[in-house]
Design a protein around this ligand. Sequence first.
Ligand code: SF4
Length: 217
Amino acid sequence: MSDATSKRRFSPGTTIDDLKAYMGPFAARLGYKFNTDEDFVAMVLEGEIEVLDRDGDVYCPCRMRTGDPKEDLKIVCPCIPFYTDQFSAMSKCWCGLFIRTDVEDGSTLHGVIEAPDGPVDVRVAATGDLADGQGRVVAVGKRKLALFRVDGEFFCLENVCKHLWAPLGEGYLDGHFVMCPWHGWRYDVRTGTTDHPDADVRTFAVTVLGGEVFVRI
Ligand code: SF4
């Protein structure tokens, strides 16, 4: 028989190790890992077990439940798929239980903070990932962007040609112009402009710091 109880992934009696065994691989597939601060991880997971024993599921210990079951499903741990843009920008989940796999030290990424207010710079590549005259598609959460390197400078555009939505990051670079890989529409990587009417694409500010490339979202 299928009822709400039998569908739950965890039951009372679940241990921290049980949670780790399930959540670790799940998060890894999404580009996250447990915080490197093991004491902090144990503390958050203990909190989740208390919530599980009391409320029947591993609701996030650092988020408020709304009482709407559909909405509250979005804060069952790990809630990463629901907040990929925000978490990618913060390098962590709301609580800091999970951090992005490229973060070496998560000890300063504890705690509850809300979504960043205003633009944030998100690391998308190392400078050495692109040779001059190359482009590539990079991901910021669910969003795909096109990153280019010309004469040592980096440029970032929306990853869509406005003709038929081809990925511009896979296009061919000719100086500061990228040709769409499907039908050759030409965009200036500095401005996102093209000769075709109403077909310009959005640009994103790029900063290079310590060999890392950041895009302002
Ligand atoms: S914010 Fe972190 S700890 Fe809270 S539910 Fe989401 S993944 Fe789990």
